[in-house]
Ligand binder design. Structure first.
Ligand SMILES: [Ca+2]
Length: 227
């Protein structure tokens, strides 16, 4: 009997945990950050051993992902670009941020993608934001994008290109994007942030990447024959 009771409790807990993941657009709460570890404060990405720096690049990792980062968090870079590091000496909130250091005369381009699986329908309104701080020795290009998963199976991108950064230092600045899901969208597949600076030199930090659903589209009309 005790075993049965325990099994029932475990099943109930599993169902409750499953209920947390939104399965329909109506399940997605409004006004709540939908990203995990958006401030890179959690243990993933894993902290380096004491006294060692986290440092990844194509030569060391083969590119495409950070070892020990959550499986839904990836990054892409160009060959010959600089370094990506998790640092704890600069942050907007908490104590950590990600720092991109462009290589002098390198082919610098960093493209971070946080994959999500948020159900949506055309007309839903989403807001994405990231805070960026820069020390650059030339103008720098950056952009923030949402990838929508479409009923066709393809992805469609909505993005914002922030103004190029002038040479010099820039305090934390918010880059944000408000986007209406296009007709035919069935979900948000990813939030991505891109920095490129070719071929000059500079450093960029980012922190507090967020995704929030602002408003829901009216529910689709029931077809007359189904009434
Ligand atoms: Ca942080």
């Amino acid at each position: 009997m005790k075993t049965l009771l325990l099994s029932s409790i475990l099943l109930a807990l599993a169902c409750a945990a499953g209920a947390d993941a939104p399965k329909t657009p109506e399940d997605v709460p409004l006004g709540v950050n939908l990203l995990r570890n958006s401030g890179v404060e959690a243990e993933a990405p894993a902290l380096p051993p004491a006294g060692k720096k986290v440092f990844w690049n194509r030569e060391r990792t083969g590119g495409g992902y950070f070892p020990n980062w959550p499986p839904d968090f990836t990054y892409h870079e160009r060959e010959g670009s600089g370094a990506v590091e998790l640092v704890d000496d600069v942050s907007l909130e908490g104590r950590r941020s990600v720092r991109l250091t462009c290589a002098l005369f390198g082919n610098n381009g960093f493209y971070f993608v946080q994959n999500v699986n948020v159900p949506a329908r055309g007309g839903d309104v989403f807001h994405a934001a990231v805070y960026v701080r820069c020390e650059v020795e030339a103008t720098m290009y950056r952009s923030l994008a949402l990838q929508y998963r479409m009923a066709s199976g393809k992805n469609e991108q909505a993005n914002v290109t922030a103004p190029r950064l002038p040479e010099g230092d820039s305090p934390w600045k918010r880059i944000e994007l408000t986007s209406v899901a296009p007709a035919g969208a069935v979900g948000v597949a990813a939030v991505s942030f891109k920095v490129s600076n070719t071929p000059m030199h500079g450093r960029v930090w980012w922190d507090s990447l967020t995704l929030v659903k602002l408003a829901a589209a009216p529910p689709p009309e029931t077809p007359a024959e189904a009434r």
